[in-house]
Design a protein around this ligand. Structure first.
Ligand SMILES: Cc1cc2nc3c(=O)[nH]c(=O)nc-3n(C[C@H](O)[C@H](O)[C@H](O)COP(=O)(O)OP(=O)(O)OC[C@H]3O[C@@H](n4cnc5c(N)ncnc54)[C@H](O)[C@@H]3O)c2cc1C
Length: 452
């Protein structure tokens, strides 16, 4: 055998598996056809957050009347900074791979038989294979990508010059984040969403979605919900027909960014022959230890289905690495997710509405950001936290919109994963003044009554 483990795909899922199984003493190779770091580090989470954070700094300065200065983004410089960050993170990961003697094999990995991976005509043998090949944008019949004026999010984020009028198809996570970014760059933004609400994503509370819509509209973003659209022309302008509940409109812009539709990347992998089962959409089925239907083959990250998030991909990689290395570990019950809009969002677990539908009794405690002193000192009093509490006091879910939501939600995920009840959290003190005090205030209200 050449290796104990061959990981096909060097995105966050593949990297986590490779590093963890190597830490546990396995001889590991990782195969990457493009850039180590995959989508998240090179094209998605890291670059988009670097750009959005720059936009937020400018927003913050501009709305702070007591700061005697103005600020504006230098797009070219911001892109240089973004590339520096990507390279810095990648260099760190490459060093860790080196430290654990993980071989990096450049090229497309093909799998035809169990225990073998072919790269550029050479066959490598291995005890275990990990499929970590990710997902990619899907060109849909109504929104055919052309790489010119109908593009995926990454292409849009990397255009040297963004045009003035941008139409974003899809008001999900990527759509909201891109709208935030492009609006901060003074572009005219229209979002078209098929569903009756923005952020039609499981676990995201309708009130949060409405708050985000309100904030984007205040900033000048035009939002169509409940609207079925289709691209009809792409010559000079991109022209859509959009059917709203009350009329049919023509909407046109210079650039359409399509944020909907992704598919698993499995070309070159003969899933049938290696006896790896998939669901109806082609995503590989795995259990909570990242094992596929073939005991010698694992799958992690986007290729293993929803949620399509780096948060999940990384953890699933660790879990796969643990199990390959002989340590039994399972996926956490709760995977939090974060949205980096102008107002941050953090969600974990279920919403009250979802629990009601499942006939589970629960109650909701809401704390507004303006009740938290720290929110005033950072000049961000918009937003709120909703914590959903079961009959026995266990936390079943939380949704937060507002400054710091993406950090606060991790603490709630910790409490949920450890099955802590509000009665347990009541014993805990957080430091003052911090945004996290919003959790303690929710607990206080759940047990006794308001302090703030
Ligand atoms: C705009 C945007 C923003 C996002 N922001 C966030 C965020 O803030 N937080 C978050 O959690 N998630 C975010 N995501 C989602 C996140 O990027 C993905 O879920 C994550 O990158 C999936 O990781 P992965 O390792 O499964 O796949 P990928 O990152 O796609 O990596 C797969 C790798 O496999 C390689 N590959 C594929 N096939 C082969 C082959 N046959 N041989 C060799 N190599 C191969 C590819 O080149 C790629 O490098 C965002 C996505 C988008 C589009």
């Amino acid at each position: 055998m050449d290796y104990n483990v061959i990981v096909v795909g060097g995105g966050v899922g593949g990297l986590a598996t490779a590093i963890r199984s190597a830490e546990l003493g396995k001889k590991v190779a990782i195969i990457e056809k493009s850039e180590i770091g995959g989508e998240c580090i090179n094209r998605a989470c890291i670059p988009s957050k670097t750009l959005i954070d720059s936009a937020k700094i400018v927003n913050k300065i501009m709305k702070s009347s007591w700061i005697a200065s103005t600020a504006k983004i230098d797009y070219a410089e911001m892109n240089k900074f973004k590339n520096q960050i990507i390279n810095g993170i990648k260099d760190n990961l490459l060093q860790v791979l080196k430290k654990y003697n993980v071989d990096i094999i450049r090229g497309k990995g093909e799998i035809k038989n169990e225990g073998e991976v072919i790269v550029s005509g050479k066959t490598y043998t291995t005890d275990n294979i990990v499929i970590a090949t990710g997902s990619e944008p899907l060109s849909l019949p109504d929104f055919p990508l052309n790489g010119k004026n109908v593009v995926d999010p990454w292409t849009a984020m990397n255009m040297p010059n963004l045009p003035d009028n941008i139409i974003i198809v899809g008001g999900g996570v990527a759509g909201v984040e891109l709208a935030t970014l492009f609006r901060a760059l003074n572009k005219n933004i229209t979002i078209i969403e098929l569903m009756p609400r923005l952020l039609p994503v499981p676990g995201i509370d309708i009130e949060i979605a409405n708050e985000v819509k309100k904030r984007l509209e205040e900033k000048g973003v035009k939002i169509y919900v409940n609207t079925k659209s289709k691209i009809v022309k792409t010559d000079d302008k991109v022209v859509f027909t959009a059917q709203t509940p009350s009329s049919t409109e023509e909407i046109s812009g210079d650039l359409a960014v399509i944020t909907i539709g992704r598919k698993p990347v499995t070309d070159g992998i003969d899933l049938k022959n290696i006896k790896v089962e998939t669901d109806q959409r082609g995503y590989i089925k795995v259990d909570n230890r990242a094992r596929t239907s073939n005991p010698k083959i694992y799958a992690v990250g986007d290729v293993a289905g929803v949620p399509l998030s780096a948060t999940k991909a990384w953890r699933q990689g660790i879990v796969a690495g643990d199990n390959i290395g002989g340590k039994t570990s399972e996926m956490p019950k709760y995977i939090p997710s974060s949205i980096f809009a102008d107002l941050e969002i953090g969600v974990v677990g279920s919403t009250l509405e979802e629990l009601k539908k499942a006939n589970i009794n629960a109650r909701e405690i809401k704390v507004n950001m303006k009740d938290i002193p720290r929110a005033w000192t950072v000049n961000e009093i918009e937003g709120f936290l909703k914590v959903i509490i079961g009959e026995d006091g266990k936390i079943l879910g939380a949704n937060m919109v507002g400054e710091g939501a993406t950090e606060v939600i991790n603490t709630i995920a910790l409490a949920m994963e450890l099955s802590l009840k509000v009665q347990d959290l009541y014993k805990v003190q957080f430091s003052h003044p911090t945004i996290s005090e919003i959790i303690i205030e929710a607990v206080q209200r759940a047990i006794v009554g308001e302090i703030y």
